[in-house]
Design a protein around this ligand. Structure first.
Ligand code: SF4
Length: 233
């Protein structure tokens, strides 16, 4: 089995509750959405076809326990589930960053047997897990909010995370409504991230503070460290 891979690299995790932690990223090729602010257009096509053994071997070289599978949209490729399983079997802590349009049930099903044995992520309670899903909820300014698979929200557990990428005050107000409507605070971690260059971290922070919103401000740390257009970091 092979997967189409745009790039594999080690960097600093910048967009989750594990933000700031060294992490190896596997960026799978292809995306079914076209967000207006997309910063990974280069992942829509191309890349190399790699076997799972090839991928594991490359990851081994980085000597890092945290691995994120991202895209594009990683759940588009059928081989991703075998890759997740293989990574869990080697004891890695696996993050899946998905755009929220694809059913996450199959990925969630991989948690049950593995997390009892290999788990490392400490959740809000006592349960420990080795696989964490980070799901985007596409706000209106992305142009893709009609593609959200809302049934995914009932699949999330307390270790998982949802991420709102906020481009404007309208996006922020919409997100607040969604958080309330689906009781997201009780379901999982909630991240809010400003669109780099369109909304400042300061503006978004003020809105969150004023509303006493129970969310985590999320910055694309790699852009602050290396600049917004550098790839493979
Ligand atoms: S889901 Fe991600 S990769 Fe796909 S178009 Fe949107 S921002 Fe780009």
């Amino acid at each position: 089995m092979q997967l189409q891979v745009t790039e594999i690299f080690k960097s600093i995790q910048g967009e989750s509750t594990l933000s700031g932690t060294p992490c190896v990223f596997i960026r799978l090729t292809g995306c079914n959405l076209r967000c207006i602010y997309c910063d990974t257009v280069y992942a829509y096509e191309g890349g190399d076809w790699l076997s799972i053994d090839d991928i594991l071997s490359k990851i081994d070289d980085y000597n890092c326990d945290l691995v994120e599978i991202t895209g594009g949209e990683p759940l588009l490729q059928d081989g991703v589930y075998s890759l997740i399983r293989a990574l869990l079997e080697t004891g890695k802590l696996v993050l899946i960053e998905t755009n929220g349009s694809i059913d996450i049930e199959r990925a969630q099903a991989l948690k049950q047997p593995m997390n009892q044995v290999q788990g490392k992520v400490q959740d809000k309670g006592s349960k420990i897990q080795g696989l964490k899903i980070i799901m985007d909820i596409k706000c209106p300014d992305s142009g893709m909010s009609d593609k959200i698979n809302w049934e995914n929200l009932s699949e999330l557990d307390k270790n998982d995370e949802v991420k709102f990428v906020i481009n404007s005050r309208e996006d922020y107000d919409w997100s607040k409504e969604i958080i309330k409507k689906y009781s997201l605070t009780d379901r999982c971690h909630i991240l809010m991230s400003p669109v780099y260059d369109n909304l400042t971290a300061g503006e978004l922070s003020e809105w969150i503070i004023n509303d006493n919103l129970n969310v985590r401000l999320n910055l694309q740390i790699h852009k602050y460290i290396w600049g917004e257009s550098v790839r493979g970091v």
